[in-house]
Design a protein around this ligand. Structure first.
Ligand SMILES: Nc1ncnc2c1ncn2[C@@H]1O[C@H](COP(=O)(O)OP(=O)(O)OP(=O)(O)O)[C@@H](O)[C@H]1O
Ligand SMILES: [Mg+2]
Length: 239
């Protein structure tokens, strides 16, 4: 099992879009479970769009983080060939409830790793939170989308510090930055400006209407599109 976390302190950088489309690419060749650790639940909205919210509330990431529930009992089948441990807005409670239980982080990471899948893809919320730290803590690869804007450098600096902290607690996370929602020229500039400071993925996810539309409509990317090819290349790099 390889655990890949989508993570960024800055919001709106493409974490959810990349986590979903990366998971859909990987499932063409592997067994994939998706863990939604973002209380905004955007990925759950994509994967389990027609499922009743009250039902999702009873069996999902909140029970994993706060009730020591067996993750195998929290898994839902989706219509996309991947399984999912969903989120709902109630996941916001997790941080408050878990403040007094630091050992839970290690336990949860271990249990997720024991699930019988090739990959776990985890979407996480922006900003420093319990769910954010839980995600980083369990990762093999921290995949951080980076857009071309003036907060990007500061954001990645803070993420480097967070990953370093997790490594000190015994983890061996690899931090990989993926240029996201960029034009071709922004992609080039980003890579030049940050040269030597971070490890970049070879693939970039360019700004394309099809990615936005697919996420909004809860659909996979059009087969044969440039964006699908970019996610294919990214998935090959990670597998
Ligand atoms: N490659 C892309 N090209 C064009 N639009 C994109 C691309 N990736 C994401 N978007 C759009 O940008 C917005 C932010 O993307 P997304 O929700 O994936 O970011 P996020 O980092 O998960 O945000 P949040 O921090 O709120 O969870 C969405 O409207 C999405 O449809
Ligand atoms: Mg998101």
């Amino acid at each position: 099992m390889k655990i890949i976390i989508l993570s960024s302190l800055k919001g709106g950088v493409g974490k959810t879009a990349i986590s979903i489309h990366l998971a859909l690419e990987l499932r063409k060749r592997h067994n994939v479970v998706f863990l939604d650790l973002d209380p905004q639940a955007s990925a759950t909205d994509f994967l389990l769009r027609d499922t009743d919210i009250d039902q999702l509330d009873r069996r999902g990431a909140l029970q994993l983080l706060t009730e020591a529930a067996d993750p195998r009992e929290l898994i839902w089948e989706t219509g996309f060939g991947i399984d999912c441990i969903p989120s709902t807005l109630h996941l916001h409670r997790a941080g408050i409830e878990m403040a007094g239980d630091p050992g839970a982080m290690l336990r949860i990471a271990k249990e997720v790793r024991c699930l019988e899948y090739d990959y776990a893809i985890v979407d996480s919320p922006p900003g420093l939170s319990y769910e954010f730290r839980q995600a980083i803590n369990m990762a093999d690869i921290v995949l951080s989308p980076m857009t071309y804007d003036r907060w990007a450098v500061q954001g990645v600096g803070m993420l480097i510090d967070e990953v370093a902290k997790a490594r000190k607690s015994g983890g061996s996370q690899r931090l990989l930055v993926v240029p996201s929602i960029v034009s071709g020229s922004e992609d080039e500039k980003l890579r030049q400006d940050m040269d030597g400071e971070v490890e970049f993925s070879r693939a970039s996810i360019l700004r394309k209407g099809v990615v936005k539309t697919a996420l909004g409509r809860g659909r996979p990317l059009p087969s044969g599109s440039d964006s699908e090819e970019q996610f294919h290349r990214l998935s090959k790099e990670l597998s």
